[in-house]
Design a protein. Structure first.
Length: 420
């Protein structure tokens, strides 16, 4: 049984991922988004207090309300010291009572609007796109600076500077009336979708840590995209495409590891355990995503995921259609990572030598030598070609590069099987 400190850490980590964005959105609306730093500090302080107190007092019956109350009191104390914002302090006391539970106090619709308002506020055109996404990940999604840095393949120092500049621009440009009630264009929607896409990807395939899958991040991304798609500001084909993509991948989450927590490849997964309800909802969302005239990466990637979800067996997968979709995707986003994924489809359609040729071309043109998946794919291809020595070298290099323990364990099993 986990110890009290461990259970407390799990509870606080869950709250940080699932509730901090809601609480920050609510408090920022009440006292003004220009005080975002104050609100974030208050929420962080409340979580730190929980880590100190709950191991001894126990996790309260209403932990969300406890965090809100402590964060609210932190903000009130700070405003009292500043001797300013008397009216907003009164509003804060009235609108965030101690029994707030994150759902019913204001009503779910009001809280969702607060989060929508925050999403689009973070995406003001005066804020650079990469800073918009970083700001959403930090403010609404509970990402730490280190996680954001890994997502952008950047340094923590660079991300910190982006966030400081973005918050400054946010304070200078924010106007609450234009965010939800007014409606927004694609210049605001695209970075919001990008942030939610990154959030889901970090949960689906973690960039570091003991576990390859972080279910709470996937759940939070799906919750936020569901909020977005219900509002006219986000009810667009590309949003439905992203939701479809998340649903298709989310349907397979439970089958991606075995009972011992070992990572399973797609061809090893039990397809009978995939969530049929989520897959059906994914196809509904995919159909909605085709109602517009613009096609984005989200619709195409959802189409690829749909091919996997609709195939009764790995062998019956429509790899020709998947290859076609990857070719289409490369026209929109000529990423070397997408080229690497395409190489797997090329292998299934045109054979092993064709797949190896694609990977060789990627190595010439792109800087992926420090990307573990390049070497993992090479290890698989070399193994199938009977080039065991080359395969072993590739697997070992992939093991050196990955920062996820379950991925390293999977590669170690592949290497042992090869050597035996």
């Amino acid at each position: 049984m986990p110890s009290a400190p461990h259970r407390t850490y799990q509870a606080v980590d869950h709250l940080f991922r699932h509730e901090s964005g809601r609480i920050i959105s609510v408090l920022s609306r009440i006292i003004g988004i220009e005080r975002l730093d104050l609100v974030e500090d208050a929420v962080q302080e409340s979580l730190l207090k929980a880590l100190k107190i709950w191991p001894y007092s126990g996790v309260p019956a209403n932990p969300e309300g406890w965090i809100m109350q402590v964060a609210r009191n932190q903000v009130i104390d700070r405003l009292r010291k500043e001797r300013t914002r008397q009216l907003k302090r009164g509003m804060l006391q009235e609108q965030t009572r101690p029994d707030w539970n994150g759902v019913t106090e204001q009503g779910a619709a009001d809280i969702e609007n607060d989060q929508l308002r925050m999403m689009f506020a973070c995406c003001h055109p005066s804020i650079p796109p990469e800073s918009q996404t970083a700001l959403i990940l930090k403010t609404l999604c509970g990402f730490g600076t280190a996680e954001i840095a890994r997502a952008f393949l950047s340094s923590q120092e660079t991300i910190n500077k982006r966030l400081v500049r973005a918050k400054r621009r946010l304070r200078e440009t924010y106007s609450p009336d234009q965010i939800v009630e007014g409606g927004v264009g694609s210049d605001r929607l695209h970075p919001v979708l990008s942030a939610l896409y990154l959030l889901f990807n970090e949960g689906y395939s973690a960039s570091s840590g003991p576990a390859h899958i972080r279910h709470e991040l996937c759940d939070e991304a799906m919750r936020l995209v569901s909020i977005l798609v219900k509002h006219r500001a986000g009810n667009r084909p590309e949003t439905h495409g992203l939701r479809a993509l998340m649903l298709f991948h989310g349907a397979r989450l439970g089958s991606r590891t075995d009972s011992d927590g070992h990572l399973l490849l797609l061809k090893e997964q039990d397809r009978q355990s995939w969530d049929g309800g989520m897959i059906a909802a994914g196809f509904e969302a995919l159909e909605r995503s085709g109602e517009g005239t613009e096609i984005t990466r989200y619709q195409i990637e959802a189409g690829i995921a749909a091919c996997h979800c609709s195939a009764p067996t790995y062998e019956s997968t429509d790899w020709k259609r998947i290859l076609f979709l990857y070719d289409l995707l490369l026209q929109i986003n000529p990423s070397p990572v997408i080229q690497l994924n395409r190489a797997i489809a090329v292998f299934h359609v045109n054979g092993l030598e064709a797949g190896l040729e694609v990977v060789a071309n990627i190595r010439k043109e792109a800087k992926l030598e420090e990307y573990y998946l390049l070497h993992a794919v090479l290890g698989e291809f070399y193994s199938l070609a009977g080039r065991n020595k080359d395969a072993a070298v590739s697997y070992r290099r992939a093991m050196e590069l990955t920062m996820v323990e379950t991925e390293r364990a999977l590669l170690s099993r592949r290497l042992r099987a090869l050597l035996n």
